[in-house]
Design a protein around this ligand. Sequence first.
Ligand SMILES: O=C(O)CCC(=O)C(=O)O
Length: 268
Amino acid sequence: MTSIAPIITDDLIQDFQRDGAVCIRGAMSDWVDTIAAGIDHNMAEPSEAADGNVGEGAGQFFDDYCNWQRIDAFKRAAIESPAADIAGQLMRSVGVQLFHDHVLVKEPGTTKPTPWHCDSPYYFVDGTQTVSLWIPVDPVGAETTLQVIAGSHRWDEAVLPVSWNDDSAFYDGTAAGDGTYRAAPEPLEDSLLSWPLDPGDLVAFDYRAVHGAKGNLASTRRRVLSLRYVGDDARFVQRPGRTSPPFPGHGMVDGDQLRSDWFPHVRG
Ligand SMILES: O=C(O)CCC(=O)C(=O)O
């Protein structure tokens, strides 16, 4: 299945560049069933990277990533759907490379919030042309949806990356206030961008944008696929330690474009 990409207006692109996040209604409506089937497949056959009390039933926060090569539904959504076109337009990039897919499911009763963080320090990617498309396949209410701090992609210091399990610093020897990283903020309500979403809507956000989400105390599931892309100016950067995802054996060095045999050019 291929779908026509929604019209991405100049105003929307400017909003994305200014705020670091935008909502696009209905952009992935034709792909909801495909993605939901992919998430079912992923949860039935999680990878070794999966986290979140797999199999414990209600209340779990399941997440897993980098499964597009074995789960065809994700591969098709990442490459054939409007997602890659939207990514290119928002990033103002001719080329679009797929970085990876990420499934984030909060079952009803999940108390665990997603901590305030930005993705870029966890990744080995540096650049201004990056975007994740957060695509729910269930209705997501105001209490459960993704929240993004407007303009945080332009902050001088990234939020200190920490382990989501125990809040310890992700890289040895890093600390908030060390000149590179700042502490996770307590954002003011009026600085937050968030949208209640229907299946097939999406939120696009820059890897540098600070975001988080509450638990899921609703009675419905919150199943999400995040598709992550990079544009022309994205380059490999060596972090102070492991990255997430780790991509062992990648062989890249500072300044390399992401290797296209692992991170395919899906547009341009
Ligand atoms: O789904 C969530 O709760 C968080 C999503 C997130 O952090 C991401 O997609 O980068």
